[in-house]
Design a protein around this ligand. Structure first.
Ligand SMILES: Cc1ncc(COP(=O)(O)O)c(C=O)c1O
Length: 374
């Protein structure tokens, strides 16, 4: 049938912000790498997932939730938010759920950054924050890592200089594995310029020493903290995380969040995971042992493992060309997926997630073979 000319096929022009974006996502996923390689990966140690899995009680809760999966989940996430509020000694109004920290970063950007507004972060820091800011038409001002950690002073200074609305900090940090002390973070908060919000991404908090966790008043309007069930709880595929902070700062996210974005099974899984702190403690101890293994492996090969407060280890292999060569050889020759930091000075390193002992053994053997051929 002929299409009348006033209904001729076509589409509206892309919105200007989207038209100006590169056709890329922050990460090439391991599945895409497998398709590119034409075979499955042997070892998957690039995405800082937990190789130790969720607890048995979580699997049980998910099985039970599956029986009611025809029903929408609670859009207010009441039970889970209540449990999280209790866990952190907060009220329900201090907690917002999201389908992972990644979604919550996007909501914070939409809520607080005008298109054209500026956010500050470390150069080579967590790329999803850049992705969310760019997708909203914001600008990023970066500050290089100093001594392989976030430069607390440099970040605050940059926020003042450019009039930033958001300062993003991952603590403990991805990709360096380092951490700033809670006292340093409190000092940053006190020196933030007026009208600048600290977005404190604590995805790896469970793995960090106690002094990495800042003592910030629940009602401090200058900070939003982000946590996830993707790491220590072993639920990366489930997509559930949360933000907590002063109600006046975080409740506006309710105006724009995807109301059913945290599904019924995700809420049930997170609730069971939060209740099983023994599992978290077991994973944290197993990860600490794995970090020590990687440090020993690095020493054996004449490389240097940076100290890590996370579930991965960043290993200095001496230069970015070397790091890229190792990454490519591990992937193509050995079927081992790891990642490396994207910017100097950390791009002289590779980044390896702590796997179970069997994955660590496979990684060590592959790494030794690749290193021998450099
Ligand atoms: C610093 C940091 N924040 C957030 C995330 C992702 O968290 P989620 O799975 O909750 O979106 C990661 C995952 O690697 C991360 O490294």
């Amino acid at each position: 049938m002929a299409v009348p000319s006033d209904l001729a096929p076509g589409r509206p022009a892309l919105a200007a912000i989207v038209a100006g974006l590169p056709a890329s996502t922050p990460f090439v996923g391991p599945e895409a790498l497998e398709r590119r390689l034409g075979r499955p990966l042997g070892v998957r140690l690039g995405a800082n997932e937990s190789l130790f899995g969720p607890s048995a009680r979580v699997i049980e809760a998910m099985r039970a939730a599956a029986l009611d999966i025809n029903l929408y989940g609670d859009p207010e996430g009441f039970e889970l938010r209540t449990a999280l509020a209790r866990h952190h000694a907060l009220t329900l109004d201090h907690v917002v759920l999201g389908s992972g920290i990644d979604e919550l970063l996007g909501l914070l950007v939409r809520a607080y950054l005008e298109p054209g507004g500026i956010a500050v972060m470390s150069l080579g820091g967590y790329p999803t924050f850049v992705y969310q800011v760019s997708g909203h038409g914001g600008r990023i001002e970066t500050v290089p890592y100093r001594d392989d950690r976030n430069d607390a002073e440099g970040l605050v200074e940059a926020a003042r200089r450019v009039g930033a609305k958001l300062l993003y900090l991952s603590n403990p940090d991805n990709p360096s594995g380092s951490y700033l002390t809670g006292a340093t973070i409190c000092d940053m908060v006190d020196r933030l310029p007026r009208g600048c919000l600290l977005v404190l991404d604590e995805a790896y908090a469970e793995f960090a020493p106690a002094d990495a966790i800042p003592d910030i008043a629940a009602d401090d309007p200058r900070v939003v903290r982000l946590r996830t069930f993707s790491k220590a709880h072993g639920l990366a595929g489930m997509r559930v995380g949360y933000a907590f902070g002063a109600p006046e700062t975080i409740r506006p996210l309710d105006r724009i969040r995807n109301q059913f974005g945290v599904g019924r099974m995700a809420q049930a899984a997170a609730l069971a995971a939060l209740a099983d702190q023994d599992h978290v403690a077991t994973v944290v101890a197993a990860v600490a042992a794995g970090r020590a293994d990687y440090a020993a492996l690095a020493r054996e090969l004449g490389a240097v493992a940076l100290p890590s407060a996370t579930n991965f280890v960043t290993i200095d292999v001496g230069g970015s060309v070397c790091a890229k060569t190792i990454l490519a050889a591990l992937l193509e020759r050995e079927g081992v997926f790891i990642r490396m930091p994207g910017a100097a000075p950390l791009d002289r390193c590779i980044r390896v997630t702590v796997g179970r002992p069997e994955e660590r053994t496979l990684f060590a053997a592959a790494f030794r073979r690749v290193f021998a051929c450099l």
